[in-house]
Design a protein around this ligand. Structure first.
Ligand code: 5RP
Length: 247
């Protein structure tokens, strides 16, 4: 019985290791391909971006890479500081050379779902300020249609007092369910870095994502949607075999 347990544990560990190494390869390739001296760089949020920041810190040590970094979340700000990189903001650098960030799902038209970590609004602001927006992730993010892989819906940041009418409006027009995201503790709603709530809209079927984004964005109380349409300059995905696929 013990042996079977050990075997099961090691299967789980291996697949997590595989995912992490896929994220790492994509992140390192993105940093080495797109980042050079003198740039203002937007730093995304999530688990994949951690590897990109680590690579930036390595390059700072080994080749004196001189860049300034603009965060997309409290997590990104801490990552930048803790890795010895230079932290700045959009007040000083309203136009960025490049932004690098993860994604929850990428479809065949380069439409992204983002906001699994609740940071979508600042992520979209920073990505929009960048001349080049590079998306990094592992092979599980590759999808022909949104919703095929990512089952947690489209995150939507809302002003807290608007959460119920916004959810009702979305469900009436587009169907599905717009659910309030709870904090990990389950003691109350997740509160974003901007003091707002997140609705996760679980949708059915396929949609014209540009129209869906516009419709939701115009509902009073909506701050931003996690649909990133026509924004990605390149998507780099780490594969199971250790290669990095650029789409
Ligand atoms: C956070 C995000 C992340 O970039 C997205 O959830 C991907 O995260 P990970 O790199 O952990 O898979 O949008 O709001």
């Amino acid at each position: 019985r013990t042996l079977r347990f050990v075997a099961k544990m090691s299967t789980i560990d291996t697949s997590k290791e595989l995912l992490n190494s896929a994220k790492r390869e994509a992140a390192r390739t993105a940093v080495d391909t797109y980042i050079s001296n003198g740039q203002a760089v937007g730093i995304g949020s999530g688990s994949t971006i951690v590897y990109a920041v680590e690579r930036l810190a390595e390059r700072k040590k080994s080749e004196n890479l001189d860049i300034v970094c603009i965060p997309t979340s409290f997590q990104a700000q801490e990552l930048i500081i803790n890795n010895g990189l230079t932290l700045t903001d959009l007040d000083r650098y309203p136009s960025l050379d490049v932004a690098i960030d993860g994604a929850d799902e990428v479809d065949r038209n380069f439409v992204l779902i983002k906001g699994g970590g609740g940071c979508l609004t600042q992520e979209k602001i920073v990505a929009t300020a960048a001349k080049t927006f590079i998306v990094i992730g592992d092979y599980t993010k590759d999808s022909s249609e949104l919703g095929d892989r990512w089952k947690r819906g489209v995150p939507i940041e809302v002003i807290p007092m608007a959460r119920i009418p916004v959810a009702a409006h979305i469900e009436k027009k587009l169907g599905g369910n717009a659910e309030l995201r709870m904090a990990k503790s389950k003691m109350g709603p997740l509160v974003t870095d901007n003091g707002n709530f997140i609705l996760d809209w679980k949708f059915n079927g396929s949609h014209d994502w540009a129209s869906v984004h516009k419709f939701i964005k115009l509902i009073p109380g909506v701050v931003e949607t996690g649909l990133f349409v026509d924004m990605a300059s390149a998507v780099l995905l780490g594969m199971k075999d250790g290669s990095v696929k650029k789409i």
